[in-house]
Design a protein around this ligand. Structure first.
Ligand code: NAD
Length: 308
């Protein structure tokens, strides 16, 4: 297999001063990309700000002979993000790869969470990712080339106690990916979601010491590099950590159809096991795949002909 390279490509990596973002930025630069190292330099809960970490990563990239610039945009600030993308365009004339990685945590049980903390986390993860992708989008369309990665989390895909804000924001990455995948396809823009699990300051107090070594961010970056490569897939949710890779998929069960005379809550309750039966479950291609399936089921049950 040919080496995966990024020569001539320009990448923006958000939250790239430390942790996973730093590892992704170094990985891209090591394979030839010019990299915008974005970081607001905040603490884990989003407080403070500093340009030092991003500048240090830029220095590391330059030391290995690569090209990089830092930018301190807060990803939730649309104007600052537009400035960042404009600076990349001014310096290098294109933006090929957009890695949305910046993130914070403001954990509390839902009972104790202030809505301001809920909104703040959604702002950084979801609105921040949309801001960066939106600013890159017209350039990618014009170039007929773009690779976007959104960073989700097992917390959003499967749930994690105390993370209603973070879990909701991280699950939203899948919705954003699904639609950007469809809208980007004709312009060769591919959009994927990474669901990493790594030992970083974000998880420092949660992992046993031996697991921390196994879960180094560098074990995840190869997966990210594939997701933004020339031959990348699109609309994939890739779980990655400690060298393990797996795909998360959303399926719909075959289900049942209840007609008017027997479509009561009691009927639903009585047949709930059948509704949930995984036998014959399928991935649906798009939202209308579901509408079509249900309309066809109903037509079949009523003996009607429906050409769709
Ligand atoms: P980290 O805390 O080590 O790094 C996050 C970086 O994002 C920091 O450098 C921070 O300054 C930056 N940042 C935060 N808010 C920003 C903003 N508004 N604008 C620009 N930069 C900002 O975290 P990490 O563990 O490396 O996580 C990276 C991404 O991976 C996050 O999106 C996180 O939610 C996700 N993730 C991490 C894990 C894990 O196990 N570490 C698991 C699932 C998902």
């Amino acid at each position: 297999m040919a080496d995966i390279r990024f020569d001539g490509k320009v990448a923006i990596v958000t939250g790239a001063g430390v942790g996973l973002g730093r590892s992704h930025a170094l990985g891209l630069a090591a394979r030839g990309a010019k990299v915008v190292v974005n970081d607001l330099g905040v603490s884990r809960d989003g407080t403070g700000s500093s340009s030092e970490a991003a500048k240090a990563v830029v220095a590391e990239i330059r030391d290995m002979g690569g090209e990089a610039m830092s930018h301190g945009a807060d990803v939730s600030d649309e104007a600052a993000v537009r400035d960042m993308v404009a600076q990349a365009m001014d310096a290098w004339g294109r933006v090929d790869i957009c890695v949305n990685n910046a993130g914070i945590l403001l954990d509390k049980t839902f009972a104790k969470m202030e809505m301001s903390a809920f909104r703040k986390v959604v702002d950084v993860h979801l609105i921040g990712s949309a801001n960066v992708a939106h600013a890159c989008w017209p350039h990618m369309r014009e170039q007929k080339y773009g690779r976007i990665v959104l960073t989700s989390s097992a917390s959003g895909l499967y749930g994690n106690f105390g993370q209603s804000n973070y879990g909701a924001a991280k699950a939203a990455m899948v919705g954003l990916m699904n639609v950007l995948h469809m809208e980007g396809a004709r312009d060769n823009i591919r959009v994927n979601t990474l669901a990493p699990t790594a030992a970083t300051r974000m998880t420092a107090d949660l992992l046993p010491a031996e697991a921390q070594e196994l879960l180094a961010p560098e074990t995840i970056t190869p997966g990210l590099l594939y997701l933004v490569s020339e031959d990348a897939p699109s609309q994939v949710i890739l779980g990655a950590g400690a060298g393990s890779y797996a795909e998360t998929r959303i399926y719909e069960t075959a289900g049942i159809t209840l007609m008017e005379d027997a479509n009561t809550p009691e009927d639903v309750a009585a047949r709930f096991a059948e509704i949930r039966d995984p036998e014959g479950q399928q991935q649906l291609g798009d939202a209308f795949g579901q509408t079509k399936k249900y309309a066809l089921n109903a037509a079949r049950a009523k003996g009607l002909k429906l050409d769709w």
